[in-house]
Design a protein around this ligand. Structure first.
Ligand code: ADP
Length: 259
């Protein structure tokens, strides 16, 4: 109980981390985790110290995509050390889940784990921490965004209409918790033929830009659809690290500079 007139001083959360930026999406499967991983790597290539916090409670995948082999270690003073993945400090709910057992996370358990990621992980000095949020804009996402002190959020969408409507919900959610939306990025945009360079708009085009305009937030660019994105992500060395000269990697570089 506080003495009268004595205000509670909130403990400083993530004191060594300069910026905390979330990557969000209205629904699953739009490439949110892929964008988060490659954005983290593209920021790293700009010589920044980068962390990646996988808060995707439904399908944490960053430990695999970032090629983290060993689980996190705990120091004598009970701090959890994030795992190095391609030069980025990674902490993922996936380290805690048995991949063969579907675990039903109850709200309080998830929040406890995430709270630990924020308070007990030795992130050290970071220029930027990229947070991979669970897909969707429901209560779980709202609670997480309330718990994490975010400086901004990026919304990932595909050019399709269904995904576009969801982006709108995402914007409203972040407005509710006073987190500025830095912009919309369109993933799985046109396919560029690696042989002739021909551009095929598999999922239509221009939707991300249109949504950004409608929502009144910046359009952060298009990431092309590219089978190499899948292969490199599955291999634990995402395309930005594996093939920095590819059009997709260059699109992630532009995204990192825009952020
Ligand atoms: P989410 O986190 O939104 O559920 P993921 O990042 O897991 O989505 O991506 C879903 C699938 O789409 C994965 O197999 C991933 O490799 C693939 N993918 C994501 N972005 C691209 C892209 N630009 N080109 C090709 N495949 C992609």
């Amino acid at each position: 109980v506080e003495a009268p007139g004595q205000a509670a001083v909130a403990p400083q959360v993530l004191p060594g981390v300069r910026y905390k930026v979330a990557v969000a999406s209205g629904k699953g499967g739009v490439g949110k985790s892929t964008v988060a991983a490659n954005l983290a790597l593209a920021l790293k290539q700009l010589n920044l110290d980068v962390g990646l916090l996988d808060a995707d409670i439904y399908g944490p995948s960053q430990h695999l995509m970032m090629g983290c082999v060993d689980p996190p270690r705990v120091t004598e003073d009970e701090k959890i050390l994030p795992v190095n993945g391609n030069g980025v400090k990674v902490m993922s709910l996936g380290f805690l889940l048995d991949p063969d057992t579907p675990v039903i996370w109850r709200g309080p358990m998830v929040m406890k784990a995430l709270q630990q990621f924020v308070e007990d992980v030795a992130w050290g000095e970071l220029d930027i921490l990229v947070v991979d949020l669970p897909p969707g804009t429901g209560d779980a996402q709202l609670t997480i965004t309330q718990q994490l002190p975010l400086d901004g959020a990026i919304i990932v969408t595909t050019p399709q209409d269904v995904a576009l409507i969801d982006a709108r919900k995402g914007l409203f959610m972040f407005q509710k918790v006073n987190v500025p939306v830095l912009g919309v990025v369109e993933n799985m945009s046109a396919f560029l033929c690696p042989h002739c360079g021909y551009r095929t708009e598999i999922f239509k085009s221009g939707g991300g830009r249109r949504t950004a305009e409608e929502l009144g937030v910046p359009f952060l660019g298009e990431i092309p659809i590219d089978p190499e994105v899948v292969v490199t992500g599955d291999a634990g060395r995402p395309i930005v690290a594996a093939r920095p000269d590819s059009p997709a990697a260059q699109a992630f570089d532009r995204l990192a500079r825009a952020v």
